[in-house]
Design a binder for this molecule. Structure first.
Ligand code: ATP
Ligand code: MG
Length: 571
């Protein structure tokens, strides 16, 4: 749990990194006439994940910090994989993270303009229609060690290419019959410069343009020119596009006058114990390994939101991981740390018993109910107190009792005295079991002089337990989440196995018989709470009136688990 140290709790200051340094230098030199324009360009073929959050925080963050603009642009150039469901979800996620775009665009808005750019290239002798088949094109491309070979169609006349390209657009040819290629250099050491494909024929309906087009631009063609059309100054993307930068520059230098966008690459965010590729996330969703894109075990923004993450914690996390030029893997514990710190500041405390065992206080009068003042936040006196009913029959956590306590187990055991939080000291006098030897009830006595949880004679106890009054508690369901994968790098699977073989079979545990203090009955959807001594929880949308469901966002640090682990290791 976070400490009271304000420095440790303060959100990270706006970071300084190599990209922000470039932007500042460009502002200082007047390179883009003092403008800063960025964009976030998701492909609407899946939901956003924590990696996208890094890119969102970077692009929108730089615009905010410099008084510039940031557009949201859907890179919807591939009609077969894209869907409006994803468009809507992406908008919702960006807004939820706390950002607003200056303008909203779709690459498909530019289909006509992009077509005209392609025509201009053909007219300038810088593009041609190739009629090789896909596998022949691949074969002509060469390899990293071998130069490529020119297509026999490379020297087609401008007129012939213009005619074929127009007929491609008009729908005269089948998929794959022709492509438009840039005429650059088949011997280039960079494979992306070996006459890259700019347009392909695809008779497929597009979610925005319908059947208006049957040729679609390639990402590498559409992206730099969309940037230019929006007058983007800094086009920030992940490292795998570094080798595409020469093509980016070739296109904007060939087709754009004056103030051209510049591509800058940064390392993508990787987090251990999870997968981030949209293809793999889609597979997890479609094959039912998770309940949907918003399953709280997924690294999707919608999953993290359902799990109880705050936008502030995600932004804080993105600020803290910084901006590297080399691939690295971030420990998921760092993400958990960010949300734990944030929720420590904002989540009200309540007592909830996850795995209840009954406690009967034999010397407490039958029928009596006291309203005990429970301190809301021991670290923050200004948070005040709340009334919690206390009575003769209570529930405590099953794991807070051991009949035969190991060394250093300071919680309840026969003859041992403990404190019930802000209530009384109790001592266990008897353990009642059923025929199978399962504990059904713990009989205890309380010391009336310890009301409020303090002993007037200075008697000390080593443990303070949370509790609820059996007659007043409400039943709730609690879903405990663990890592979705049981290994750090799920994508590294042995021969013949896939990342699915690395799924953690215990990633979800549903506890349907938990007991919560009565104040929680009014908890509304998506509110976040600290269950004392356990962790942070948020109300799941599956909740119904009288049937609340909580998701564990993150646990508090469990010192006992560490001690036990160490003892096991030592023995
Ligand atoms: P995938 O290849 O996993 O399907 P993608 O990179 O193709 O994902 P896009 O929708 O094209 O997904 O991504 C939108 C923007 O977010 C791009 O600028 C991309 O570079 C960035 N981005 C995607 N994944 C990450 C990541 N893990 N870390 C940082 N930025 C990312
Ligand atoms: Mg992409």
């Amino acid at each position: 749990m976070a400490t009271g140290n304000p420095e440790q709790n303060a959100p990270a200051a706006p970071p300084v990194d190599f990209i922000r340094t470039i932007v500042a230098d460009d502002l200082a030199s007047g390179k883009h006439h003092g403008r800063v324009a960025t964009r976030f360009p998701p492909e609407p073929n899946g939901y956003l994940h924590i990696g996208h959050a890094k890119s969102i925080c970077l692009n929108f963050g730089i615009a905010e910090e410099t008084g510039g603009t940031c557009n949201l642009r859907f890179d919807d150039t591939n009609p077969t994989k894209e869907d409006v469901e994803y468009v809507d979800a992406i908008k919702e996620d960006v807004e939820w993270l706390g950002f607003s775009w200056d303008a909203l665009f779709y690459a498909s808005d530019y289909f006509e303009a992009l077509y005209q750019f392609a025509v201009e290239l053909i007219k300038g002798g810088k593009a041609y229609v190739d009629s090789l088949k896909a596998d022949q094109i691949r074969e002509h491309r060469g390899s990293l060690t071998e130069p490529g070979r020119n297509s026999p169609y490379r020297d087609r006349t401008v007129e012939e290419s213009l005619d074929l390209f127009a007929r491609m657009r008009a729908g005269e040819f089948e998929d794959g019959a022709h492509v438009l290629r840039a005429k650059i250099d088949m011997a280039s050491p960079n494979l992306n410069m070996r006459d890259p494909t700019l347009y392909r024929i695809r008779h497929a309906a597009h979610h925005r343009t319908g059947d208006a087009w049957c040729i679609y631009p390639m990402y590498d063609f559409a992206h730099p020119l969309s940037d230019a059309l929006e007058r983007i100054t800094h086009s920030l993307c992940t490292l795998e596009f570094e080798d595409h930068r020469p093509l980016y520059d070739w296109l904007v230098n060939t087709l754009i006058e004056g103030d051209r966008p510049r591509q800058i690459e940064f390392a993508r965010l990787n987090v251990n114990y999870t997968v981030m590729s949209k293809r793999k996330l889609l597979q997890l969703v479609q094959q039912g390994h998770v309940s949907g894109w918003d399953d709280p075990r997924l690294p999707t923004i919608t999953g993290l939101r359902r799990r109880g993450y705050t936008p502030e914690s995600i932004r804080d996390f993105c600020a803290r991981i910084g901006m590297a030029k080399k691939e690295n893997v971030i420990d998921v514990a760092q993400l958990e740390h960010a949300v734990r710190e944030d929720l420590n500041r904002r989540a009200p405390r309540v007592m909830v018993v996850l795995r209840p065992v009954k406690v009967v206080i034999t010397n407490y009068p039958e029928g009596r109910v006291e309203e005990v003042d429970v301190i809301n936040n021991p670290e923050d006196p200004s948070a005040g107190t709340r009334k919690v009913p206390f009575s003769r029959v209570l529930y405590i956590e099953r794991e807070d009792f051991r009949e035969d306590p190991p060394k250093k187990f300071f919680r309840l055991s026969p003859g041992k005295e403990v404190r019930l939080r802000c209530a009384y000291f109790i001592t266990c006098t008897e353990v009642v079991k059923d025929d199978r030897g399962e504990i059904v009830e713990l009989r205890c006595v309380y010391d009336p002089a310890t009301r409020g949880g303090d002993s007037p004679d200075g008697r000390r106890v080593k443990a303070t337990l949370h509790w609820v009054s059996a007659a007043h508690a409400i039943g709730v369901e609690v879903r405990l989440y663990d890592r979705l994968f049981s290994v750090e790098d799920p994508e590294r699977a042995p021969e013949g196995k896939t990342f699915l073989d690395n799924l953690n079979p215990h990633s979800l545990e549903v506890l349907s018989d938990c007991r919560a203090e009565p104040s929680l009955v009014t908890a509304s959807p998506a509110t976040r709470w600290q269950f004392e001594r356990i962790g942070y929880f948020s109300v799941d949308p599956d909740s119904r009136a009288g049937a609340l469901v909580f998701n564990r966002t993150v646990s508090l640090r469990d010192t006992w688990a560490k001690i036990e682990q160490k003892q096991q290791a030592d023995s």
